[in-house]
Design a protein around this ligand. Structure first.
Ligand SMILES: NC(=O)c1ccc[n+]([C@@H]2O[C@H](COP(=O)([O-])OP(=O)(O)OC[C@H]3O[C@@H](n4cnc5c(N)ncnc54)[C@H](OP(=O)(O)O)[C@@H]3O)[C@@H](O)[C@H]2O)c1
Length: 281
């Protein structure tokens, strides 16, 4: 349904080709926003652009690495020239990089042996660790700065970040992802305070467990049944299932509209089927 508040305004979504942000991008387009779809794989973004256009929406696919400030600036200039300034920024790009998920939840002596297949923290490639922090944290800061300038020059707007269940208490096996997603809650608070005088509200959504291409390998076995980790996650999710991307739409819309959230800034909202509330015992 068209939004009188947001119709014809510009939304920028990073990680738009992903499971969560493709659903959110479609909803923004249905509300009449012009939606810039940012990510690295252009083919997926073009597919999404076509899906949005087929529904009568307006979208623009742009291949951009969010950790590359020059590329993000170029995209921002292009969007500004073509459509005008950004009003809503969704910082959805993020995830885990191959090689950083440890083989076991805790230390194993094999990780001290040279040539061992076991991926642990003590033999981890910290260059990949650094890249993952760069993606999840700096890859949120760069678009926030570049599109934040457009928001500040044009009377304000909204930035929505993506935290995680591992932002609150670290989940096993995924150290750089946990540390960088914890930083997202802190950065969201910091930026909300800093940008309030510019009329910019900054909040975050912390999704529980939603299956995407990468998490599928952690949550399911090859035969399609739940992995031990997937089963453990569901045991700790009172809703008893994984989330569906469309289940984030209500929270996004609450947070981006002035009429519903004009006095809400600096918060992170879990959408998690009860995972955070569940002690597991
Ligand atoms: N799914 C979950 O259960 C869950 C839970 C908690 C938090 N989250 C967070 O929510 C956000 C969206 O998750 P999702 O499940 O939709 O993930 P997803 O399906 O893996 O999508 C992430 C998107 O980010 C893009 N991306 C990755 N690196 C990038 C880079 N350097 N520059 C630009 N784009 C990049 C990817 O596209 P390219 O590879 O083509 O660039 C991909 O389309 C992420 O920040 C994720 O960490 C997800």
């Amino acid at each position: 349904m068209k939004s009188p508040e947001l119709e014809n305004k510009v939304a920028v979504v990073t990680g738009a080709g992903g499971v969560l942000c493709s659903a959110l991008s479609k909803d923004l387009a249905r509300q009449g926003m012009k939606v810039a779809l940012l990510g690295r794989t252009l083919s997926r973004l073009e597919e999404l652009q076509q899906e949005i256009e087929a529904e009568g929406g307006i979208a623009l696919a742009l291949s951009v690495d969010v950790t590359d400030s020059v590329a993000v600036q170029e995209a921002a200039d292009k969007i500004l020239t073509q459509w005008g300034p950004c009003k809503i920024l969704l910082n959805g790009a993020g995830g885990k990089l191959p090689g950083t998920v440890t083989s076991h939840p805790k230390f194993q002596p094999e990780e001290l042996l040279s040539g061992s297949d076991t991926i642990g923290f003590l033999n981890a490639d910290l260059n990949i660790f650094r890249k993952e922090v760069d993606l999840n944290l700096v890859g949120t800061a760069i678009p926030s700065q570049i599109f934040g300038r457009q928001l500040a020059q044009n009377g304000g707007g909204v930035i929505l970040n993506f935290a995680s269940m591992t932002s609150y208490r670290p989940l096993s096996k995924i150290a750089p992802y946990s540390a960088s997603k914890a930083a997202i809650i802190n950065f969201t608070q910091w930026l909300s305070v800093y940008l309030a005088p510019a009329g910019i509200r900054v909040n975050a959504i912390a999704p529980g467990f939603f299956v995407n291409e990468r998490s599928r390998k952690l949550l399911y076995k090859e035969d399609g049944s739940l992995s031990p980790r997937g089963a453990e996650v569901l045991q700790h999710t009172p809703a008893g299932r994984f989330g569906e991307a469309e289940e984030l739409i209500g929270t996004m819309n609450w947070l981006i509209h002035e009429r519903s959230a004009g006095f809400v800034t600096g918060i992170t909202v879990p959408v998690d089927g009860g995972f955070l509330a569940c002690a597991g015992v």
